[in-house]
Design a protein around this ligand. Structure first.
Ligand code: PMV
Length: 328
């Protein structure tokens, strides 16, 4: 079995606006998806997933996404696991030229699903790396990022930026603007995550922002204003100015909220963190539910979040310096 891991991420700044060509700054965190693969010569793909916010489940199918597997778990979860893994394996078949190869795939992840922490990107990145290596091909992180992006783009019907996949493949803090992605310097950030136990529908949320933006010029301005916040955030990051970063994160959250992608539980966690003295707090990812990220070097935010209605889990997240990691 060949195994790889890849980290999840938080958006320090810029989600949603990145879809319209504004810059964004995601940052990889030490919460990982681990994917193990073993080659099968019958062309079948068998996926066993654990800890994906549900009890372990196994699906087996003949390699065609049209073929529905016979398993007793909610269809959306099967579709999620199958769609991403199937897409990743298609990329592997293409890049290695082994069109008919199958795999046994095992996924373990400590990244909550669909919660704005880049769980699917981490699974896809780790799967592409492990499966190519299983066939004797080693790809550079940039190539893995590119192929992982294509996978997400297809599975998410074109609603994907390069942010999650690039960040997961390379690690560290990243700047994304359109097709340009690059690593940037970041100080040690005291990141605290709050998770409401839920998930938002990225496609629906992106579509909602698109509609607002088409309908109201001021919504278009709001998206452009997020771009300005990001550019200021980059300067604050370079200067290691946590106070300024926090203020800008607060501003970014307000603009996302105006675009309708926050929720009661996300707002209540953001306010819980601010009241506890965090430098700043914002939702991360598509929104609608899921996670917030706050900046606080003390224990106050974690303590406050653990008592905040709507917060199911809170933890400190270290910046992940390494992206995709080869486990064996
Ligand atoms: O919730 P996530 O981690 O999939 O992030 C979505 C971020 C969006 O900007 C809303 C969409 C995208 O692909 O950039």
């Amino acid at each position: 079995m060949t195994r790889s891991s890849a980290p999840g991420k938080v958006y320090l700044f810029g989600e949603h606006a990145v879809v319209y060509g504004e810059p964004a700054v995601p940052c990889a965190i030490e919460r990982r998806a681990r994917v193990g693969v073993r080659r099968r010569d019958d062309g079948k793909l068998r996926v066993h997933a654990e800890d994906l916010s549900l009890d372990g489940f196994t699906v087996e199918y003949g390699g065609s996404a049209d073929q529905q597997p016979d398993v007793d778990v909610p269809e959306s979860l099967v579709t999620a696991a199958m769609g991403y893994v199937d897409g990743a394996i298609e990329q592997v078949r293409e890049v290695t030229g082994e069109e008919d190869v199958g795999f046994d795939v095992t996924i373990e992840s400590d990244i909550p699903l669909g919660a704005g922490l880049g769980s699917s990107a981490a699974v896809v990145v780790a799967a592409i790396d492990a499966a190519t290596r299983e066939l004797g091909v080693t790809l550079e992180p940039e190539e893995i990022a590119e192929r992982a992006f294509r996978t997400e783009y297809e599975v998410q019907d074109g609603q994907a930026s390069r942010a999650d996949t690039f960040c997961s493949a390379t690690g560290g803090a990243v700047r994304v603007e359109g097709d340009d992605c690059g690593s940037i310097e970041a100080p040690d950030l005291p990141l605290v995550i709050g998770f409401d136990g839920g998930a938002g529908d990225t496609g629906e949320l992106v579509a909602g922002v698109r509609k607002l933006r088409e309908e109201y010029p001021f919504a278009e301005d709001t998206v452009a204003a997020i771009g300005d916040v990001v550019r200021n955030g980059e300067d604050a990051l370079e200067a290691g100015d946590l106070e300024e970063l926090g203020r800008l994160m607060n501003f970014n959250h307000g603009l996302l909220s105006a675009l309708g992608v926050s929720s009661r539980s996300l707002d209540s966690m953001v306010w819980g963190a601010r009241d506890a003295g965090a430098y700043g707090a914002k939702l991360t990812g598509a929104g609608g539910g899921g996670c917030i990220v706050a900046l606080d070097p003390t224990d106050e935010t974690e303590t406050a979040l653990s008592y905040t209605p709507g917060c199911e889990e809170t933890f400190r997240a270290e910046l992940a310096e390494t992206g995709v990691e080869r486990l064996e």
